[in-house]
Design a protein around this ligand. Structure first.
Ligand code: KG4
Ligand code: ZN
Length: 331
C-alpha cells in the first residue's frame, strides 16, 4: 500500500511516498528559511509559503518515487498540533487530492509521528515502548501501546525543551533555530554555572523549563552589567544550560523505565538531533535498555513519518475524520 504523506504544521513543507509503513520511496522537504531573519517562525508567513510550495513539493515527491498520483492508495496529512493556518494548507491540499483521486484521507498527529519516525528507522521494534518527544513545541513521555493507544507519563507545563534552546539562543544573540547553535557552543564551554533543575508541581514526569530560562536570563544580565558578555561566557552558559536540561531528561526517562519495566525507548523530535544529548543518554541510562533515535533524514519535520504512521491507522475509523488541532490531545 503506497501512501502520499503531507506535512505543513510549522515551517517545513514536506511530501513523501511510503510503502507499507516503512519503505520510503521519496521524502521531499522544503524548509522555509525566510523566518531566520525574524528570529522565529512567523505564522502568517508560514501559511503563504506553504501555499506557494505545496504543489511543487508534492510533484517532486511523486517524481522521485517514480509513481503517478493514481498509483497512491491513500493520502495522509498531519492535522496538528501546530499553526492552524499552516495546517489548513496541508489539510486542504490533501482533501483536494482525495477528491481528484477518490482515495481516502488519513489524519495523523504530528508529535506521535515523531515517535513513528524512530520506529520506522529501525528494523525490529516490539511494542510497548517508552516514547519521548523533545521538539520545538512539545516535550512529553508516554508509553506507546500501539500507534493509536498511548499512556501519558507527563508532558510540558511551559516552554518545551526545543523552545527553551531557541529562547536561550535568542538571549545570547545566536541564530534561529537555537538548538544546533547552543550545542556547538556548549562543546567549547565549561560547566561553570550551576543552574537548578525546575520541578513541575504536576509530578516528576512533567517538564518545566521556564524557570531555567529565567536563571539564564539573570546570568546574562550580570554579565552585561559587569562587561564579560563575551564568547567564553556564551559558551559556558550554553554548556551549563545544556547540562541541566540533559540531566532533567535523563532522570525522567530513567524513572519511566524503572516504573514500567519497559526496556525500549523511542526518542523523537528535533532536539534528539543533538549528538551531545544522545551521548549523554547513552552514557547515563542503564545499558540493558535499548535507546532508539530517528535516522537523520527523519529527525526533523518530514512527511515520511506521516505517510508511515498512516499505514498503522488505515483501518482505524477515528483517523478518517478529524478537525485541525493546535494543541496535543491526550484523551
Ligand atoms: O521537531 P522539530 O523539527 O519541530 C517541531 O515540531 O517543533 O524540532 C525543532 C526544534 C527546535 O527548537 C530546534 O532548536 C531543536 O529542535 N533542535 C535542537 C538541535 N537541533 C534541532 N536542539 C538542541 N540541539 C540540537 N542539535
Ligand atoms: Zn515536529
Amino acid at each position: 500500500m503506497k501512501i502520499l504523506g503531507i506535512e505543513t504544521t510549522c515551517d517545513e513543507t514536506a511530501c513523501s511516498i511510503v510503502e507499507n509503513g516503512k519503505k520510503i520511496l521519496s521524502n521531499v522537504i522544503h524548509s522555509q528559511m525566510e523566518h531566520v531573519e525574524y528570529g522565529g517562525v512567523v505564522p502568517a508567513l508560514a501559511s503563504s509559503l506553504h501555499l506557494k510550495e505545496i504543489d511543487k513539493v508534492a510533484h517532486r515527491a511523486l517524481k522521485v518515487s517514480g509513481i503517478g498520483i493514481d498509483d497512491i492508495d491513500a493520502v495522509a496529512v498531519s492535522h496538528g498540533p501546530g499553526l492552524s493556518g499552516a495546517i489548513s494548507i496541508g489539510v486542504s491540499f490533501a482533501n483536494g487530492v482525495s477528491i481528484a483521486t477518490g482515495k481516502k484521507v488519513i489524519y495523523v498527529n504530528h508529535v506521535h509521528a515523531h515517535l513513528y519516525a524512530t520506529y520506522m528507522s529501525h528494523d525490529r521494534v516490539d511494542l510497548p515502548c517508552i516514547g519521548v518527544v523533545l521538539s520545538g513545541g512539545h516535550s512529553f513521555i508516554v508509553e506507546i501501546k500501539s500507534f493509536s493507544d498511548y499512556r501519558l507519563f507527563g508532558d510540558c507545563i511551559d516552554d518545551a525543551v526545543g523552545e527553551a534552546f531557541d529562547k536561550v539562543a535568542k538571549m545570547l544573540g545566536l541564530n534561529y533555530p537555537g538548538g544546533p547553535e547552543v550545542e556547538k557552543r556548549a562543546m567549547l564551554g565549561e560547566y561553570l554555572y550551576k543552574f537548578s533543575r525546575c520541578k513541575a508541581p504536576q509530578g516528576k514526569y512533567y517538564f518545566s523549563n521556564s524557570g531555567l530560562k529565567t536563571q539564564v536570563m539573570y546570568a546574562i544580565k550580570e554579565a552585561k552589567k559587569n562587561n564579560y558578555f563575551n564568547d567564553k561566557f556564551k559558551n559556558d552558559i550554553c554548556r551549563s544550560f545544556q547540562e541541566v536540561l540533559f540531566k532533567d531528561i535523563c532522570i525522567k526517562v530513567s524513572s519511566a523505565i524503572n516504573e514500567s519495566g519497559i526496556k525500549t525507548v523511542l526518542f523523537g523530535g528535533g532536539v534528539v538531533n543533538s549528538k551531545s544529548l544522545r551521548n549523554y543518554l547513552n552514557y547515563n541510562l542503564n545499558k540493558d535498555v535499548r535507546l532508539l533515535y530517528p535516522k537523520t533524514s527523519l529527525s526533523l519535520d518530514n512527511a515520511a513519518m506521516i505517510a508511515g504512521m498512516a499505514y498503522e491507522l488505515k483501518d482505524n475509523d477515528s483517523a478518517l475524520n478529524k478537525d485541525i488541532e493546535t494543541r496535543i490531545p491526550w484523551k
